[in-house]
Unconditional design. Sequence first.
Length: 394
Amino acid sequence: MSYCTNCGCNYTTPTCECGCAHTDNDKEYLLVSATSSEPALCGTPGEEGGTEDCDKQEPMFDVSLSSFLLPNEESSTTIEVCNASVYAVGMWIQFIASGITLQITNITGNYLTVVNKCDIDVVPTNPGAGYAVSTGSTFIVADKPPCDEDSDESDEIEICRPNLETCSATATVQPVGNIISDTEDLGVNKCIRKIFGFLMRSGTPIFNSLQMVYLADLANYRRLVKHKTNHEVKQLQNYCEDASLVAGQQYVLAVQTGQETLKGPTYILGFAYKELYQSAELDVYTVEHTYDIDMEPEVTGLAVTLDHYYVMCRLDVHVYGNTRVVEVACELNGVPALKCANVEKDGMHSWNSIAIPIKVMTSDHKLTISVTGDDSVVSAGHYTYTVSMDGIYY
């Protein structure tokens, strides 16, 4: 059999206008020429029953009357045909020799605008952009090629059923999914497999292979919670992420009606009464007397997790001797504690006592008492003091 190749739209018998031989006995087999076909009676592209999924009334072939270069996914090209009325926007055409598949996006006169785009990327079965297709290349109307949105699949399986049944409430179901990659099977063909370690039983997800998260790593994780009414699953903010809380403090969890809140700051109290230091007799005219108490042995064994703790201190001071009014002022770690005089003056007495919590830093565990006397009177009097503790807050 001989027939014309790229002879244009019209020819005469027994020869074509382009000069190739043609006889009345030449017949096309299996396919019919597009120039003798009727337009497709399909719907509007993008709508149900549109041209994307519409079969032609008859299988046909056609010949490109122009050459072109295969475009990339961001551009298009045009193909001249003899009779564009037999095509519709949305159809796919495939060139027989090269297997190139393109989609028609516009028709102007006898020119088809086509794209090499499958979802968002190039058609995965086509050769690279820039491939030359010559004039006279034969093509047919074809089905949509295998596509997926990630453009890394060579085939596509689509399961559609509008009335897909739901399993019973008591069923145990193992969900399935598409394998994207597998380090243990580098040759995996992106198959659908049952999901490892995941079941659904009576509407409840079951994860039988979840990894363990240790308490030391909680800063990198949040808990998952489900809404009681609409059943939404969301992540729950950690208590430490509450903007109203201060770093380096301890808080107590308060359970109220319908909610849980953190109250504080708060501390654990360790009862431990002990006399920490008792001074000898000191002269009031000594300008200042200081003494450092090492508290580290007192907190050994306690779970002190902050950078500080509080010592509940009791300070007892006695001023005596000399008839002139003299006084001393006492501080604990820089915090004014009390004043005491050798005779009653402005509410002060020769004996005075106070209980006060004092902050001690774990960097040095130092509890310092400073006593300042009246240095204007020579041989004005004497004083003694005692520092005790009733407990430690940590």
